[in-house]
Design a protein around this ligand. Structure first.
Ligand SMILES: Nc1ncnc2c1ncn2[C@@H]1O[C@H](COP(=O)(O)OP(=O)(O)O)[C@@H](O)[C@H]1O
Ligand SMILES: [Mg+2]
Length: 600
């Protein structure tokens, strides 16, 4: 579906409101035109003529005679004048009331559309593969969800509301003009296509630049969000000057781009106004000739009303002429939003997938993996784990340990081979049910800007405080949590910086314990901890591992000596496997890694 079709779909839920908006606008335009047409009886009274010509006159005047004629016919010139003024005020009040309603409904429509689009985009982001997030800068995403969706509302208001409003006004006014004098109207209409010729080159130029600008805006957002995320690094390396210069350069590039495009875009308004001025002069010239020439073709008061309405037409003409330029930026933003929406979602359950079940064994069979087309990170890994066993994966960093366990919850799919659960390939299971079987504690614990309680019960609201406390006790976290100012209701700061590494880790362990999953994945959960907290964390982990099938990746080999199976990984291949005793005796890589750690 084309872009405009998709934009239209966004507005469709608000079609009724939209139609109401159009009707209000249309009626307001008619009333607005009427205020000008009321000039005619006013001027005629002023010139000492009857308020309306008895016979003949333009069609507008005939309509006027029917609608307000009785009001004007009665009494003196003074009385008629007063009546004209009253009608004028009433028309003005009604017109503005309608204009206000139309404006409010426009805002309602546009904000609803933006909300819908944001929610849709956010929802879609959740379904994108992990690789997408690793490739894409966070700031660009932020910019797409926040800035670009907001720009899209310009399309909605400009394209649908404002354009249609202006077209309404144009139609009504041109009808009034035709009603006043079709000859003069013809003069104006013949000139109109010229305006398009003037505006076109500008639009092309602005359109080409707009995409560039939207991307640059995204880069700016990225830089800010990255600075916030790495502020400690920036301070530590005294890199603030460097960062400021980088940001300045980007901001300046953006400024230049916008200036280049705007210098042209801003031309449309003055050019179209001067052009409209010329047309008015032309109307004056032709109009005076008609008014002064052959009697009856055009009355002076009609000419004045005609000019007044024609002048009033300038602003909608300008808006319509400006419209393609104004739209260019919004359309570029819409493209950036639709690009993300068009990415194939990988997450989410597929038809034919069934709920995962795990009773006896997990098996990696000839599993290879490469991150999007790069060199393989895992090559032909075979592995069998029985229910209740503890498997330790060890090896130098970069060997592929994390990747190996990331395949189990289907964060990524193997490029070759398969992983089976009780003989069923896990690709047949829904991801949600598969992941519910697992508790994952990774090296970097991610804490949310929320309470301890919310952090432990993350993503679910059906756990009681007692359950959370029990999990925290088992994770050796209860004691320090109780000492926090508000206990389990203490807010953890931005990224939980108020807690130490060991404390964060224990919160993460409590999170996994609370769910009581049959499979546990511990990826270097104890690395980078001091001795005391390591003992506390290790105790928690031992409790966590009891009666569960566990994959444990550990730097410190002391922590894996009691594993049922130790798998040694090097450059993506399993190079050794066995128990601590056999591997140690074999004197291979495991022995070397072990000796390096225990040399002191
Ligand atoms: N998201 C990723 N995209 C591309 N390459 C990656 C990604 N994650 C890890 N790698 C690469 O895969 C290899 C194995 O990484 P990893 O599984 O994290 O090793 P380990 O956990 O054993 O240290 C490394 O060479 C690393 O650079
Ligand atoms: Mg790792």
């Amino acid at each position: 579906m084309g872009r405009s079709g998709r934009l239209f779909l966004l507005v469709r839920p608000y079609a009724l409101l939209f139609v109401a908006n159009l009707v209000a606008t249309f009626v307001a335009s008619v009333l607005d035109g009427a205020t000008f047409v009321l000039l005619i009886p006013f001027l005629r009274t002023l010139f000492g003529l009857a308020p309306l010509p008895e016979l003949g006159g333009s069609s507008v005047e005939r309509v006027l005679a029917v609608v307000v004629g009785p009001l004007l016919a009665a009494g003196s010139a003074q009385g008629a004048l007063r009546n004209v003024v009253l009608v004028l005020l009433a028309t003005l009040a009604l017109k503005n009331a309608l204009t206000y309603l139309a404006a409010v409904s426009s805002v309602v429509i546009q904000e609803n559309v933006v909300r819908d689009l944001r929610v849709q985009l956010f929802g879609h982001l959740q379904t994108l593969p992990l690789g997408f997030f690793q490739r894409t800068r966070g700031g660009q995403l932020l910019s797409r969800v926040i800035n670009d969706t907001d720009q899209v509302k310009t399309v909605v208001t400009a394209a649908l509301a404002s354009l249609m409003q202006n077209v309404c006004v144009l139609v009504v006014y041109v009808a009034i003009l035709v009603g006043l004098s079709w000859r003069l109207t013809l003069v104006a209409i013949v000139c109109a296509p010229l305006l398009l010729l003037i505006v076109r080159p500008v639009v092309g130029r602005v359109r080409r630049r707009s995409r560039e600008q939207a991307d640059q805006r995204g880069e700016l957002t990225s830089l800010v969000s990255e600075l916030v995320g790495s502020i400690k690094l920036v301070r530590a390396y005294v890199a603030d000057g460097f960062e400021a210069a980088r940001f300045r350069k980007l901001a300046d590039g953006y400024r230049k781009g916008v200036l280049r495009a705007q210098r042209f875009a801003l031309l449309t308004s003055p050019v179209s106004e001067v052009f409209a001025g010329l047309v008015i002069v032309l109307i004056f010239a032709v109009g005076t000739r008609l008014a002064l020439g052959e009697a009856g073709v055009l009355r002076p008061e009609t000419l004045i009303a005609f000019i007044a309405v024609a002048l009033r037409l300038m602003s909608p003409v300008k808006s319509v002429a400006n419209y393609p330029t104004a739209m260019a930026g919004a359309l570029a933003a819409a493209d950036r939003v639709f690009e993300v929406l068009d990415l194939a979602s990988e997450e989410g359950d597929r038809p034919g997938e069934v709920p995962a079940r795990f009773e006896q064994r997990i098996e990696y069979r000839g599993v290879s993996f490469a991150y999007n087309g790069q060199a393989p990170v895992l090559a032909g890994v075979d592995l069998q784990v029985l229910r209740g066993q503890v498997v330790a994966v060890v090896g130098p960093s970069g060997a592929g340990k994390t990747t190996l366990v990331d395949l189990l919850p289907r964060f990524y799919e193997p490029t070759h081979g398969e992983i089976l659960m009780d003989g069923v390939p896990i690709a047949r299971f829904t991801r949600t049910s598969l992941r519910r079987l697992m508790g994952i504690v990774s090296q970097e614990t991610i804490l949310l800007n929320d309470t301890v309680l919310a952090n432990i019960s993350y993503g679910r609201s059906d756990f009681t405080l007692e359950q959370v406390q029990a999990a925290a006790r088992a994770a050796n976290a209860h004691d320090f949590v109780s000492q926090l100012p508000e206990g389990y209701h203490t807010l953890l700061g931005e990224r939980g910086t108020r807690l130490s590494g060991g404390e964060r880790q224990r919160i993460a362990i409590a999170r996994a314990l609370l769910r009581d999953p049959p499979i546990l994945i511990l990826d270097e959960a104890t690395s980078a901890l001091d001795m005391e907290s390591e003992r506390l964390v290790q105790e928690a982990i031992d409790r966590l591992m009891a009666h569960r099938t566990t994959f444990v990746i550990a730097h410190r080999l002391a922590t894996v000596q009691h594993a049922d199976l130790i798998v040694v990984l090097a450059e993506g291949r399993v190079v050794e496997r066995g128990s601590h005793a056999t591997l140690y005796a074999a004197g291979g890589l495991y022995r070397r890694l072990h000796d390096m750690q225990f040399r002191t």
